[in-house]
Design a protein around this ligand. Structure first.
Ligand code: SF4
Length: 119
């Protein structure tokens, strides 16, 4: 079986063709301009991971939104659960860049951290 997938590793967005996607041991990847596309496709079919960037509400600061991100990749299957958690965060200034906003979110071993200081 053949399927198509867009590589999201870089802005070029190669349209990958994956053959034998149902069996990783026989899987072949075509149309990738670099090896990262092949690795991406294999990971997507075995254990897809994502990084989340977002903003959260912050009160009593010079800005009312604080940019945050995961400090590593989380399993794609819990992506929306973590987005829901992030969407319900409300903080109070000051927060410093790289402060941990949520530690070990959903037991992933990954933290949600601030990517900017808001005083
Ligand atoms: S295959 Fe390589 S060049 Fe193409 S989108 Fe992926 S990372 Fe970029």
């Amino acid at each position: 079986m053949e399927e198509k997938m867009t590589c999201i590793v870089c802005p070029r967005g190669c349209e990958l063709t994956i053959v034998n996607a149902e069996d990783v041991s026989k899987m072949e990847v075509f149309n990738h301009l670099c090896i990262r596309g092949k690795h991406f496709a294999i990971k997507e079919k075995t254990n897809p991971m994502r990084t989340i960037t977002a903003t959260v509400k912050i009160n009593d600061g010079k800005q009312n939104r604080l940019p945050v991100r995961t400090d590593g990749e989380i399993p794609k299957k819990v992506y929306m659960d973590i987005v829901d958690i992030i969407n319900n965060i409300e903080l109070k200034a000051p927060v410093k860049r790289e402060d941990i906003i949520i530690e070990n979110v959903l037991d992933t071993g990954i933290n949600i951290i601030a990517t900017k200081s808001v005083l």
